[in-house]
Design a protein around this ligand. Sequence first.
Ligand code: ZN
Length: 177
Amino acid sequence: MVPDLFAPVVAWRTWEVAETKDGWRLLSVHMRDTWPVGEPLVAACHRDRFLAGASDPHACPTFDCHCGIHGVSHPEGARQYFVASWADVEYGMIALTDDYVPRAVGRVNLWGRVMVHSDGFRASLAYPQHLFLPAKRPDGGEFGAECASMGLLDYGVPVEMIDAYTRDEMLAALPAA
Ligand SMILES: [Zn+2]
C-alpha cells in the first residue's frame, strides 16, 4: 500500500523555466509538464507517450512504474540536474542566446500518494515552495533571469536571485536544507 500523506514532505528539484502564453512558468525537466499556478501539479503516467497501446492508466506513483512527481531529499540531488544544464551551456551543447533562461532549483511540497526512496520521493501532487535562479549568465553577461524571476512570482512563493557568476557559486549559495 502507498500511504496517503496530507502533510506535504519538502524535497528539492530542478525546473526548466520558460515564457508561455500564460506567462513565466516552471516545466518538468524530462516530461516538459507545465506546472500550474495556484493549484497542484497532478501526476500522470507518461508511459502512453512512449508506448502505443500501453497498459491502462494507473494511479501514480506505483512501485512498478517510474511515474509520479519526483523530488530529492538533499539539494545535492537537484544540483546534479542544475549542473548538467549549466555544463551543457559551458560546453556549447546549448546555445547561449540572448533569450537564454537558466533552470531554477528549489524546494517543492509533495503530498497525496507519496513513495519514499533512498534519495527522495515520488508523489501524486506537488507545488513549488521556494525557488532560486542564478542572476548572471554562465558567460558573465546580463540575461533575462530578472524577467523570469518576476514572472515566477505568479506562483505566490519566494523567488530568490542568486548573485552567482559560476555554477559553483550558484550551488554554494543554496541553503543546505
Ligand atoms: Zn506509470
